[in-house]
Design a protein around this ligand. Sequence first.
Ligand code: AMP
Length: 176
Amino acid sequence: MIEEEAIVLSMPEYLFMIIDFEKEIEGNDSMISIEHKDFLFTSVKEYIIPAEKVAHVQEGNNAEHALLVLTKTGYSSIPVLDAKDHLKGLLSMRTVTDSILGLAHIEYERLPELKVDEIMRKEIDTLKTTDTFQKGLDYLIDHPFICVTEEDGTFAGILTRRVLLKQFKKYIYNVQ
Ligand code: AMP
């Protein structure tokens, strides 16, 4: 009878094993092989949450209103639009709190006088409705969602990591 020896790893050995495993995953581009990659080339338009269902604020709103929308919806970040529904930037809970951070305390009293367009993030990555799912995939590695616009900059909706993962799941299960 072969006696099985239990492998006991010390903490540093265990950590090195995890680091090696993570490196293996990162370095391996062909781990998941999906035969039918057609869906990668479909346009993001098919997968977006449309503008009318996306919580947003207007650039002229004050920071107090924005904080209310962020708190009520529970989203950490939302799009900012102008009066003609063009995408202008993104506003996050962190941006709002940063903007009222004083030296000794949070200056809540400043919220009504601060305008969204003074504090929003203007340099943001966006996709066009005609861009491919594959391009969306590249962006969603770094962002939980990405704003999608029409050619003229009108806000069309958002592509979220959740929707993308659901699509992946569907394709992987159907292919295997
Ligand atoms: P999810 O992948 O559904 O967890 O969404 C990721 C992020 O996308 C959320 O934290 C929000 O910032 C944003 N988001 C998702 N759905 C909406 C929505 N209906 N309105 C505004 N923002 C949204």
